[in-house]
Design a protein around this ligand. Structure first.
Ligand SMILES: CC(=O)N[C@H](C=O)[C@@H](O)[C@H](O)[C@H](O)CO
Ligand SMILES: CC(=O)C(=O)O
Length: 319
């Protein structure tokens, strides 16, 4: 049975899949990437092969290899490695779930199949149950991201009674801006101690107020330290500092969103900030433009000055 003791909390970085200029996975930098997250960003949990990791654009064999590399390189360094195993084919999801269990991952996450879609909560629960059954020792998280899957089944409804059907169910990653739905996930399931992880980084503070137990996101790769400061301020009930941190994060995200922000741009920003080459994305995504990179770099430098007074960020200077 999935161990109930290790609750997934705090920040979870949605990992990028580093690629070479030729579009192959660049496994050689993952060890360095783990160290960077832990040492420079204070982030000790990862969510592998999700949206940011282009998980659905990788082959099953690549997904297995990426998962293995994170588990291996993260050993004794990371707290939890959660592998996203969602796929259009139940068989593929099951294969990936079984593999995640074999390699010693700490949990699995599953998005709703998004081509031939579940019609309702029961169909979706059935799918999750079948995936979960192949990894009975691993906590399972539902990955709710309706803007990308088009599956709009409300999370609050899905949660209702799910543990009776999927005993390893432990929570969800909620990547949506519907705080009524998210709030009701918290409110109606207090006794269950689910991990309710928010996935819209620019709105995390609102979700913390609503009772989020943690967050999974792309920006924690490079704004992890900053976001941790927000979490700490929130913990000590210093809402005005927490809000200042959130606004600082918003200023950057708002700026890049206006330029067009997605996985290719996340890869470029992470390369810039960490110095670790993330490479281009895989088709159909196209690499970020030179213009985007220059503007994002200038913005990061100006925010460094505005939001981190007295803090020298050598990583930015070096890029
Ligand atoms: C659609 C998408 O990729 N969402 C990510 C996680 O779910 C977020 O981490 C965003 O990248 C982030 O909030 C910036 O908008
Ligand atoms: C953001 C996130 O959780 C993902 O990339 O899957």
């Amino acid at each position: 049975m999935a161990s109930p003791k290790k609750k997934l909390q705090g920040l979870v970085a949605a990992t990028i899949t580093p690629m070479t200029e030729h579009g192959e996975i660049n496994f050689s930098v993952i060890g360095q990437y783990v160290d960077y997250l832990v040492e420079k960003q204070g982030v000790k949990n990862v969510f592998v092969n999700g949206t940011t990791g282009e998980g659905l654009s990788l082959s099953i064999s690549e997904r297995r290899q990426v998962a293995e590399e994170w588990v291996t390189k993260g050993r004794n360094k990371l707290d939890q490695v959660v592998i996203h195993v969602g796929a259009l084919s139940l068989k593929e999801s099951q294969e990936l779930a079984k593999h995640a269990a074999e390699i010693g991952a700490d949990g699995i996450a599953v998005i709703a199949p998004f081509f031939l879609k579940p019609r309702n909560k029961d169909d979706l629960t059935e799918f999750l149950k079948e995936v979960a059954a192949t990894a009975p020792g691993l906590p399972l998280y539902y990955y709710h991201i309706p803007s990308l899957t088009g599956v709009k089944i409300r999370a609050e409804e899905l949660l209702d009674g799910i543990q009776e059907k999927v005993p390893t169910f432990r929570g969800l990653k909620f990547s949506d801006t519907d705080l009524l739905d998210f709030g009701q996930c918290v409110d109606q399931h207090r006794q269950r101690h689910f991990a309710l992880l928010f996935g819209v980084d620019e709105q995390l503070l609102s979700a913390l107020v609503m009772g989020a137990t943690g967050a999974v996101g792309s920006t924690y790769n490079y704004l992890g330290e900053k976001t941790n400061q927000m979490l700490e301020a929130f913990e000590r009930k210093d809402l005005s500092s927490a809000l200042n941190h959130q606004f600082c994060i918003q200023r950057f995200i708002n700026f890049v969103v206006k330029l067009g922000f997605g996985v290719p741009q996340t890869k470029a920003v992470m390369t810039l900030v960490s110095g670790i080459p993330m490479g281009p994305p895989r088709l159909p995504l196209q690499r970020a433009s030179r213009e985007f990179i220059e503007k994002a770099e200038a913005k990061l430098k100006s925010l460094d000055f505005l939001c981190f007074p007295g803090l020298k960020n050598a990583n930015l200077e070096a890029s």
